[in-house]
Design a protein around this ligand. Structure first.
Ligand code: NAD
Length: 478
């Protein structure tokens, strides 16, 4: 008991305890790792008030000074990278190599957003009136509430904090209750920098508790949320009475289209890696495959071998793994139920298809399902596990139509050597992103956004940055 850390909220540069605690466990072996505080209304109120009190002074600083703080934090992250990566592995089940990529990418992202300091721009517009000047200014929104998921918990801190802070906002972050330790450790690093008080705050807790208190609060100017469609919808409802601005990065059901002329080995390698990365728990990794009939048997053979060769287990004790466990019992039950239903509906298990016998953790076998059809749940609902359902199509038109027939619209991919086919797919696929002859991993200078239920607004690059601002048009008559 005694060596289990109890974390505290980080509010107004002070660590604040709570009577209500939530346990955090290792998903690979169910070990108790830490306890985190659950913020009630009073602590959420304090955090928002601290962020509000700090915001005007923060926004008044030249952007290049704000950038300096982001760079200080990036340096702290780099200096602590192995320790932070280890935390991400132990609390989230992420393999060590990917956890290291996440930490380094987070530091790079903070630096990247700092570079925008000298590039934030307004506009000067042409007037219809003689002697009038029209200026379009970009201003911070005020206080941002950042609500994080568990699948890339550390990177998501920076993805919300860095654009918020560089544009002059202050922020209150609520990490996922599944993976909060990395965020509380990040807060300790922030506390070691000169960042002015109240600019960055962390409150711990569950969605129903702290999350709901934050998102229904009238003192929040932007809710920046990454998570599931169901929670996104509940947050929209909570935001409605206050008309709070929303940025929602929600789930995906990424289709991968494999045409007969594709480099099949490349497609197999890329799609397998994308389905296995973070144990299939990534919003933009291949969740369903449409393969052209002529190469279907060959493709299914190859990808079944590749998936079956996946090395998996407990990443907190084994470092050389391709994937770890699923995040929790509910995640494991959902994947197992979806595979069972798919089989009842006529899918064939080519490899895998069962819960893995690996001790107390939430492990599922890497699985390939052939004979899938459009109406099956496995082709329509986000799986979030290492299961790849495959449907055979006759041509590109059918593949595009089936890919677009989804309530999700985050990312998509196509494998072909035919430039015209790739261009046609880019034009006709109705998604926020399309990868040609590769899979997921968006660039920080891109724009990560989805159509349909995959979200509202987006993140990264110039377009993501300006989501944290509002416009203010000034009409000046000489
Ligand atoms: P989730 O929706 O269960 O939880 C996300 C966060 O919302 C957690 O911090 C949780 O505590 C909080 N929350 C839950 N209920 C709430 C409520 N009523 N009010 C306020 N906050 C509440 O999602 P998850 O399981 O952590 O993450 C997985 C999901 O996230 C997947 O659907 C995945 O596709 C999606 N995701 C999307 C992106 C993207 O960029 N589009 C990136 C990563 C993950």
């Amino acid at each position: 008991m005694s060596d289990i850390t109890t974390y505290q909220h980080y509010i107004d540069n002070a660590f604040v305890g709570s009577d209500n605690l939530v346990e955090v466990r290792n998903p690979a072996n169910a070990d108790l790792l830490a306890r985190i505080p659950e913020a009630g209304n009073e602590q959420v109120e304090r955090a928002i008030a601290a962020a509000r009190a700090a915001q005007k002074g923060w926004a008044a600083k030249p952007a290049i000074e704000r950038a300096g703080y982001l760079r200080q934090i990036a340096a702290k992250v780099r200096a602590n990278a192995p320790r932070l990566a280890r935390i991400i592995t132990v609390e989230g089940g992420k393999v060590p190599a990917l956890a290291e990529v996440e930490v380094n990418f987070t530091a790079d992202y903070l630096d990247y957003m700092a570079e925008w300091a000298r590039r934030l721009e307004g506009e000067v517009l042409t007037s219809d009136r003689a002697g009038e000047h029209i200026f379009l200014l970009r201003k911070p929104l005020g206080v941002v509430a950042g609500i994080l998921p568990w699948n890339f918990p550390f990177f998501l801190i920076a993805r919300k904090m860095a654009p918020a802070l560089i544009t002059g906002n202050t922020i209150v972050i609520k990490p996922s209750e599944e993976t909060p330790i990395n965020c509380f450790e990040f807060a300790k690093l922030v506390a070691e920098t000169d960042l002015p008080r109240g600019v960055f705050n962390v409150v711990g807790g569950t969605g129903a508790g702290a999350g709901s208190a934050l998102t229904s609060h009238a003192g929040v100017d932007l809710i920046s949320f990454t998570g599931s469609v169901g929670t996104g919808s509940r947050i929209m409802a909570a935001a409605a009475p206050n008309i709070t601005k929303l940025n929602l990065e929600l789930g995906g059901k990424a289709p991968a289209i494999v045409l007969a002329d594709a480099d099949l080995d490349l497609a197999v390698t890329a799609i397998t890696a994308s389905r296995v990365i973070n144990t299939g728990q990534v919003c933009n990794c291949a969740e369903r495959v449409y393969v052209e009939r002529k190469v279907a048997d060959q493709f299914i053979d190859k990808i079944a071998s590749a998936m079956a060769a996946t090395r998996y287990g407990d990443p907190s004790v084994e470092s050389d793994l391709d994937m770890g466990p699923l995040i929790n019992q509910a995640g494991l039950d959902k994947v197992a139920q979806m595979v069972r239903t798919a089989v009842e509906q006529g899918a064939q298990v080519i490899t895998g298809g069962a819960v893995a016998d690996k001790g107390k953790g939430f492990h599922y076998q890497p699985t390939v399902l052939a004979g899938c059809a459009t109406d099956m749940e496995i082709m329509r609902k986000e799986i979030f596990g290492p299961v790849l359902p495959i449907q055979i199509v006759d041509d590109l038109d059918e593949a595009i139509a089936r890919a677009n027939d989804s309530e999700y619209g985050l990312t998509s991919s196509i494998y072909t050597r035919n430039l015209s086919a790739a261009l046609k797919a880019s034009r006709e696929l109705d998604f926020g992103e399309t990868y040609i002859n590769r899979e997921n991993f968006e660039a920080m200078q891109g724009f990560h956004a989805g159509t349909r239920k995959s979200g509202i607004g987006g993140a990264d690059g110039k377009h993501g940055l300006y989501e944290y601002t509002h416009t203010h048009v000034v009409y000046a008559q000489e």
